[in-house]
Every structure is written in structure tokens, then in C-alpha cells.
Design a protein around this ligand. Structure first.
Ligand code: GLA
Length: 749
């Protein structure tokens, strides 16, 4: 059993393979968070809290003469507002009598084997894992509120997932103004915060700062998790790097408005609270009703940021993503978006399919523009009926043609959106989120459907299911191309408008769930103008997400690297697009573009009819290479091998199989120099005693595998010990030309 409760000391120890998490119920029933980190061999860690009288930090009534005990300084499992804890709160209420105080005390607990699955929200699935759950029941008798904290312990995976259920037992209606998923307090640690900010076409850039005494709030109030602030944060030792140092990860499984707040208090304790953002949130909780928060995953390692990433990669791949697609080889796709934009008809798409097949692609995805009056981005969203002016022979004819080539067929949708210029909006203007008496904020000339209304979800289910039933469709790209504004639902009364942004997310999840149930073999690729909804919530329904609308390989190096801190390569949608690139105008060799896109789900997004015979042959080889290393790339350990200083010159990354039998080492020179330095790249996670031979090398330039003496391919056949590659590194000769890249495959001999 991974959860131990000691009756005498009232300490819960949650123990995973390498970590321990402790909760202590104190003398007046407050659930204290006393420890999270390496195992401590049965020690009660509450000694870390020193009962020091700090002025202006009040005391609970029962302990009014014990001035060293204050809600304001105690490390808490679930902090509340109004009862003397002035730090960031997890729970903020407004009770029927107007009071804003909540004060939770221990009522009881249950330890169960397995877990209770969430309904309507994503959660960490139990697969072959051994999982135990602690249900810690806290209550505020005066308020009539119950807060049950759930801890799911994935012992072998070193992951603890948490969520909270608030139940109103008061007999009156109250309002939740904030209900976070989790709160964790760290005593005696000086930590850095790493979070992932960004913008459209430049997502998930790490930013690292020392946690100070101000509240740092990483959040989104855009209706989605957003390009701008991902719902994943790391807290780590000030000197932690990729390969050493204590690191904690907090990852919210939620696709809507979120907040991760971090603060160091007067006593030096660091608090992190993660959950639904309270910016727009308030929830009326009727008598007897419950509110369930999203789930959050916690991980800890003392082995640095890469090891932390491995923990999240594994749990997401094996326990979050739909298991139908876990071990199944996913097809290398050709998407027509950057190839044609809106300018296509069925003949053109079939020609593109023919050329894509010649180039070796395994799936053809028809992107935006096949439905309603969608000839540009001003009309048609919401009308999920095939546009027979463009798709004259019908969608089934395209799908049949693609299938006859031995490929799969996929289709683009943007379910949650509607254009004013659409039959749907003309029929149901009240189905859009708009403020009464006010002109709406437009985004890409479109409005957002009110997913809090069941009739909207029903309509979308019926119309999308009809298309999916009409042709052999194996894949859906599920887009979402604007931020929410004017979040007002015609389906809810004035005093419930604070619920709309969360109900919106629940509506989206309900639609995904229904479509997944009806079409379990159809793979959904998430998307939101690239990576605007790139989170572990969407991954519950969709094993891959289009990472960024920026398809330019050199920019992508940074976007993909930032994404890998939390998310596995198997979720990172990545394509080779045309050169010069449509977003930056930069020219990058085809092989470099492919080597970069292989650090993801891999595909192409261009007009294959414009490829030369040589280019098609090269693409066939690239797809062959990717497929050969598919398991290594999708399931191996992903290594970030260059740091910020290196990256002024080159970027390097790699993959090592779990059994250490093979590795793939990649390098792109991002700033070619005259008379340059040798690039030494140290690998990790190999077997030090074993010998590894380079058995394949691909590169963007004929020149790369050749030395001064003109010996070709001298790289292939080289043998190194794992220890040499890890302690001194592989020595890359300088490379020249435009953005040269090389990929080496090492095989244990
Ligand atoms: C978004 C997506 C793109 C493409 C367009 C179509 O921007 O991220 O990949 O599908 O929409 O309009």
C-alpha cells in the first residue's frame, strides 16, 4: 500500500517508488502539508514547522494562547480565504449569509485501492498500474461545506494526481468564487519557477525566475489554456539543470481558464496553487450539490529537469492519452493547408493525394474549407455540411480515392465556432456567446458557440457524426481559432454567468467524449491556431496536438524544445512545410526540415504536386527513416542536449530507448560560422559499458559526412563506448551552408 496513516501521529505518508508526500492532521484538525520530496524513512516531517509567534498572523480560537500556530504560516493542503491565511487561497466562498469565511478541518478519510474516475473531466487512467487513492475529507461545520481532497498514487510512475470535490451540506445556496485543484506548500526551500509563456506561432517558451515574496500568477482568461501561458509549471532548486537538482512539476489537466499561483511567504515557505482561474469564475452551489475540480498531476525528482520530463512523458503517453492510439503506429500525414489554403476542389485534393502517395505519405488530411460557404475565413463555420460546389463528387468519393491509394483520410473541423455569415448563426443567433445589447468582440471574424448549452453540443454531435458516417474518415483535426470574449450565455440566468467559462469547457469535453465513444477508431488531433490548447486535458481525448502554426524549422526548434519539458514527443504535431517558409520567409533545406519535424508526430504540409522527383525520393527516404525509428522516437527518452549558450550556435536533441540499445542524435546549426568550433554533444541514459556503433547518418548536405581528405561517410561505422559518449560527447565537425542538420543513429553492438 502506497498510503500509510499513522493513527498516533495523524500523519499520512504517500509513498511512490522514489518520492514521499506527507500530510499531518494537527491538534485542531487542520490538514498540513508537511513534506514532498525524497523518501524520509518514516520520519514525521512536521518538525519542519516551527511554532514562532509572528505579529499580525492571527491564531485559531482554540489555540489563541499558542501564538506560534497561525493559519497564515501553517503549510496547508487546501488553503481557504477568510480564516486568517493571507496567502494565495485554494478556496474562496460566499455563503448564504454573506460570509466569506471558510475554515476546513479533518472529518475523516478513506484509503481505497484503485481510483474513482472523473465524469465529464479528464483524469489519469489506471492501466496496468498499481494505484491507491486517499480521500481526505475536510469540513467546515459552520459553513456546511465539505471538501474532499483526492490523491491518486501512481506508485511506479512517481506521479500523484489530485483533485478536490466541494459539497454543500448547508441547506442553502452558496457561491464558490474560487475552487482550485490543489495547493502545495514547500518549507525550507529556495526555488526557481519555470513556466511556459508564448504567443500565437511561438508557444511554450521557458522562463525561469527565482520565487520571491510577490505572487506570481501564470494564467489564462482566454477561455482556453492558451498559447500565452501553459497550465504547467516547474519549481526546482536554484541550481537544478537538465541532469541534476530537485525538481517538482505541477500540471493541470484542463483546457480552459487556469491559474498557477506561486508565492513565498513571510516565513520563507513557498506555496503553489493550481486550478481553474478565479478571474471569471463563480459557481452557485445548491444544497446537496457538488463541484468537482479538474485533476492536477504532481511529480518530483532529485535528478533534474530531464528526469522530471520523463515522468510526465510516460504518464501522459500511457495513462492520459486514449489507449486506442498508444501502441498503434500513427500514419505520416500530408495536410493540404499550407499547400492550397482555401483554394481547392475535389480534383485538386485527389491529385494531391496521388502525389502524397508517391512521396510515401500514409494519410491525407483535408483542412479548412470543405464545408458550408467556406471559401475564405469570413463564412461557413458552424455549417458542417459538405460544400458540393468544391467537393463535387462528394466526400465519400475523395475518401474512397485516398483509401484506394492505400492511405487514410482525415478532415478538419472547428466545432466550437460559428461565423455570423453561416446558416447556423442565421437560425440560432442566441447560440453564440455574446453580450446582450453590445457588439461582440470578433476574432478571425468568427464568434464562439455557447458550449454550456446542451442543445449546441447536441447539434454539433449530430452534424459532425453525420459527416464522419458519410465517408471513410480516420482522423479529425479539431481546431479552435480565437480567444473567448463577451462570455455571456443566453441559457443561464444573470447570477450564473460566472459559471459559463467552466461550463463551456465541460461542453467541449462532453462533445469530444461522445464523438470518441461513437468513433473510437477516429483519431482526433487537437489544434487551436497551432498550440493554443496544448494541455493534458485535451490529451485525454486526443493523442496528438498541432504544436504551432509556425511550421518554420528553425523557429520550431525552440517551440518544440519548450513543449517537451511537460509533454511527450508523441503528442507534438509537427510537419515539414514548403521553403521559403510561409510564416518567416526563411529558406531551410528539406532534410533539415524533416530532421526537425521527426521530433514529433511527423508529417508534411505543402503541395506535393510541386515537388521534383528528387524531392519526392528524398521524402520517401525521410518517411522510411522516421518509420524505422518510430518506437525510439515515440517511446524513447527524449533528451534536450543543448543549452541556451550552445543554442546561439546549434541546437541538439536525442532519443534513447528504454533498454539503452539504441539512440538517435540530432543537431542543427542555427548560426553557421567561419572557422568554427567543433560541437561536442554529450549523450545521456546510455549503457556506459556498452559499445555503440553509428549505423546510419542522414544530413542536409552531402558535405557533412566527409572530412578534409574527402572520405565519404566516415561517420557510419564509428564505434564509441557509452561512457565516452556520455562523459565527453560526440564531436561534430563544423558544418556549412544554410541551416545544416545531421541525424546519427547509434546501435549497441
Ligand atoms: C488554424 C490551424 C491551421 C489551419 C487553419 C485553417 O490556424 O492551426 O493549421 O488548420 O486554422 O483555417
Amino acid at each position: 500500500m502506497s498510503i500509510i496513516f499513522d493513527e498516533k501521529s495523524k500523519v499520512f505518508s504517500i509513498i511512490t517508488r522514489n518520492t514521499e508526500y506527507q500530510i499531518k492532521i494537527n491538534e485542531i484538525g487542520v490538514a498540513l502539508h508537511t513534506y514532498y520530496g525524497k523518501k524520509v524513512a518514516g520520519q514525521d516531517m512536521s518538525y519542519l514547522y516551527r511554532e514562532l509567534d509572528r505579529g499580525f498572523s492571527g491564531n485559531p480560537y482554540e489555540l489563541r494562547n499558542k501564538r506560534g500556530v497561525s493559519a497564515d504560516t501553517l503549510p496547508q493542503e487546501y488553503s481557504t480565504d477568510g480564516a486568517g491565511d493571507y496567502r494565495v487561497s485554494a478556496l474562496i466562498v460566499r455563503l448564504a449569509n454573506g460570509s466569506g469565511t471558510a475554515d476546513l478541518r479533518y472529518r475523516g478519510h478513506e484509503i481505497i485501492s484503485g481510483r474513482e474516475n472523473l465524469k465529464g473531466l479528464p483524469y489519469v487512467r489506471v492501466e496496468k498500474d498499481r494505484v491507491d487513492t486517499l480521500k481526505l475529507i475536510l469540513e467546515d461545520k459552520t459553513a456546511g461545506l465539505l471538501a474532499t481532497l483526492f490523491y491518486q498514487v501512481f506508485e511506479d510512475k512517481d506521479i500523484i494526481s489530485r483533485y478536490t470535490v466541494i459539497r454543500n451540506e448547508s441547506g442553502d445556496v452558496c457561491s464558490l468564487n474560487k475552487a482550485a485543484s490543489a495547493c502545495v506548500d514547500f518549507m525550507g526551500k529556495d526555488l526557481d519557477l519555470i513556466h511556459f509563456h508564448g504567443r500565437h506561432a511561438f508557444e511554450r517558451q521557458p522562463e525561469r525566475k527565482r520565487v520571491g515574496h510577490e505572487v506570481v500568477r501564470i494564467s489564462s482568461k482566454r477561455g482556453t489554456s492558451s498559447h500565452h501561458n501553459n497550465p504547467f509549471v516547474i519549481l526546482c532548486d536554484r541550481n537544478a539543470d537538465e541532469w541534476q537538482g530537485e525538481s517538482y512539476g505541477v500540471m493541470l489537466m484542463y483546457s480552459g481558464e487556469h491559474a498557477e499561483e506561486v508565492e513565498k511567504d513571510q516565513a520563507g515557505t513557498i506555496r503553489v496553487v493550481s486550478g481553474i482561474s478565479d478571474d471569471h469564475f463563480s459557481w452557485k452551489l445548491g444544497a446537496g450539490e457538488e463541484f468537482v475540480t479538474p485533476e492536477v498531476m504532481l511529480a518530483y525528482t532529485d535528478k533534474g529537469l530531464s528526469e522530471l520530463s520523463f515522468l510526465f512523458h510516460r504518464i501522459i503517453r500511457e495513462n492520459v492519452c486514449p489507449n486506442e492510439f498508444r501502441d498503434k503506429k500513427r500514419p505520416v500525414l500530408m495536410n493540404n493547408w499550407e499547400g492550397t489554403y482555401f483554394d481547392f476542389d475535389d480534383d485538386k485534393i485527389m491529385e494531391i493525394a496521388d502525389s502524397a502517395r508517391e512521396a510515401g505519405c500514409e494519410m491525407l488530411v483535408l483542412d479548412d474549407g470543405w464545408f458550408g460557404a467556406r471559401n475564405d475565413d469570413h463564412a461557413g463555420l458552424g455549417d458542417w455540411v459538405v460544400n458540393r460546389d468544391k467537393v463535387k463528387k462528394g466526400m465519400d468519393a475523395i475518401a474512397d480515392h485516398v483509401e484506394s491509394l492505400g492511405m487514410k483520410f482525415g478532415l478538419w473541423f472547428e466545432p466550437e465556432m460559428v461565423n455570423e455569415d453561416s446558416d447556423l448563426f442565421r437560425a440560432h443567433p442566441d447560440w453564440a456567446l455574446t453580450d446582450p445589447d453590445r457588439k461582440p468582440v470578433m476574432g478571425r471574424d468568427q464568434l464562439v458557440l455557447d458550449m454550456s448549452r446542451p442543445e449546441v453540443v447536441d447539434y454539433l454531435y449530430e452534424s459532425i457524426a453525420a459527416v464522419l458516417n458519410s465517408a471513410k474518415i480516420s482522423y479529425v483535426k479539431w481546431d479552435f481559432n480565437r480567444s473567448l470574449a463577451n462570455v455571456f450565455s443566453r441559457g443561464l440566468p444573470a447570477d450564473r454567468q460566472g459559471e459559463v467559462s467552466h461550463r463551456f469547457v465541460l461542453g467541449s469535453y462532453a462533445l469530444m467524449e461522445r464523438l470518441r465513444e461513437s468513433f473510437p477508431d477516429v483519431m482526433i488531433e487537437g489544434c487551436s491556431g497551432g498550440g493554443g490548447r496544448f494541455d493534458a486535458g485535451i490529451m485525454f481525448y486526443s493523442p496528438q496536438i498541432w504544436c504551432s502554426d509556425n511550421t518554420e524549422a528553425i523557429n520550431r526548434l525552440r517551440i518544440q524544445k519548450g513543449t517537451t519539458y511537460g509533454y511527450p514527443v508523441s503528442t507534438i504535431g509537427s510537419h515539414v512545410s514548403a521553403s521559403p517558409n510561409h510564416q518567416t520567409g526563411r529558406e531551410v533545406p528539406l532534410m533539415t526540415r524533416a530532421i526537425v519535424a521527426m521530433a514529433g508526430t511527423f508529417g508534411y504540409e505543402l503541395d506535393p504536386r510541386k515537388l521534383s522527383a528528387d524531392e519526392k525520393a528524398m521524402i520517401r527516404e525521410q518517411i522510411g527513416t522516421f518509420n524505422r525509428y518510430y518506437d525510439l522516437i515515440q517511446r524513447g527518452k527524449y533528451l534536450r542536449l543543448s543549452d541556451e549558450t550552445d543554442e546561439e550556435y546549434y541546437t541538439s536533441w536525442g532519443f534513447v530507448s528504454e533498454d539503452k540499445s539504441e539512440a538517435l542524435l540530432n543537431l542543427v546549426v542555427t548560426d553557421v560560422r567561419a572557422n568554427p568550433e567543433v560541437m561536442y554533444v554529450r549523450l545521456h541514459c546510455l549503457d556506459p559499458e556498452a559499445e555503440y556503433e553509428v549505423d546510419n547518418c542522414i544530413s542536409s548536405s552531402e558535405k557533412v559526412p566527409e572530412n578534409d581528405a574527402g572520405e565519404k561517410n566516415r561517420i557510419v561505422g564509428q564505434v564509441f563506448t557509452g561512457a565516452a559518449l556520455m562523459n565527453a560527447g560526440y564531436a561534430f565537425d563544423p558544418m556549412f551552408g544554410s541551416y545544416p542538420a545531421v541525424q546519427l543513429h547509434f546501435k549497441k553492438i
